[in-house]
Design a protein around this ligand. Structure first.
Ligand SMILES: Nc1nc2c(ncn2[C@@H]2O[C@H](COP(=O)(O)OP(=O)(O)O)[C@@H](O)[C@H]2O)c(=O)[nH]1
Ligand SMILES: [Mg+2]
Length: 298
């Protein structure tokens, strides 16, 4: 993979060639996650609320060993609220437990422990009925890159530290972080590689930065994104860069944005790469408005 990393994908064929490399990486990553899963009672799968299904990894079902799974749709503060509502109903119908959170908000992250306890309630009740002392619930955070796994883990840990106050809040014994008397967290997340089935999914994953920009090239990711925002008639895009109208193609608009930002090279020519980079930075900070890429299947 390394040798091809810096090249730019020019066509769909080019991308599908790249997709073919993932299985090798996937096998190794999945093997590691599989080992971690063995140690826990519940999987907390962090996804991106802007692509609720394509930011998951279907292979997780195969290696989950029938353990309960909580799907956490993070970064909901960057997603379109109406779309989140549609997905909420979809997950309910599909009988998958999914919650929307914003990991930057402590109260939101708290939902994870509450739901985890609820998902294991019946199993733990059986222990109690038999008079067996209930073990702590052990959980593992899994997910593709950049979905917020580390942020979630840090928040869950901090919450506990704040609560306990006068004694060491985070008890580290080996690899477990004690979150509460009845709940423990494996301290390193299981990192799942993204699975790309289509060019469109690949581009969504690039937009949310689950795939490094270098794989596809910043220009291509930014062009895709601006195209998407044009299709949504994004007032935020227009406002942010003081554009007169969006009645242009993505390349033309990026050039206009470059002019507005005064990102120029010699002789006043727009620095296209720098402009694309800025658009991506702004989008990922939420400065180009809330948006969701994927809609629930009908
Ligand atoms: N806006 C927003 N940003 C988030 C949220 N959760 C995480 N981030 C940011 O997303 C980036 C990646 O988060 P990180 O926890 O490192 O992801 P990881 O690769 O899955 O461990 C960081 O810049 C976080 O600050 C969220 O709910 N909302
Ligand atoms: Mg991380």
């Amino acid at each position: 993979m390394a040798e091809n990393k810096s090249t730019t994908i020019k066509s769909e064929h080019d991308l599908s060639e790249r997709i073919n490399w993932f299985p090798g990486h996937m096998t190794k990553a999945l093997r590691e996650v599989k080992q971690k899963i063995k140690k826990v009672d519940i999987l907390v799968e962090i996804r991106d609320a802007r692509i609720p299904q394509a930011s998951g990894n279907p292979s997780i079902s195969e290696i989950a060993q029938n353990k309960p799974r909580l799907i956490v749709l993070n970064k909901s503060n960057l997603a379109d609220m109406e779309s989140c509502k549609r997905w909420e109903s979809w997950f309910l119908k599909a009988e998958q437990t999914a919650i929307f959170i914003n990991a930057l908000k402590p109260s939101s992250v708290k939902k994870i422990t509450t739901m985890s306890r609820r998902l294991l309630q019946d199993k733990w009740q059986k222990y109690k009925d038999k008079g067996i002392n209930t073990p702590p619930i052990r959980m593992l955070v899994v997910g593709i890159p950049n979905t917020g796994k580390s942020t979630v883990i840090n928040r869950l840990t901090k919450r506990n530290a704040a609560k306990t106050g006068d004694r060491p809040g985070v008890t580290r014994h080996q690899e477990w972080i004690v979150l509460d008397k009845d709940i423990e967290l494996l301290d390193t997340p299981g990192i799942m590689p993204p699975r790309i089935d289509t060019m469109q999914q690949g581009m969504w994953l690039c937009a949310i930065h689950a795939i490094k920009d270098e794989i596809v090239g910043k220009e291509k990711v930014a062009t895709f994104l601006v195209d998407f925002l044009i299709s949504r008639n994004s007032s935020e895009l227009k406002k942010r860069y003081r554009l007169d109208c969006l009645d242009h193609n993505a390349e033309e608009l990026i050039l206009q944005i470059g002019h507005r930002l005064n990102y120029k090279k010699h002789k006043g020519i727009v620095d296209y790469y720098k402009t694309c980079n800025q658009v991506l930075l702004d989008f990922r900070k939420g400065l180009l408005g809330n948006c969701s890429f994927e809609e629930p299947p009908v």
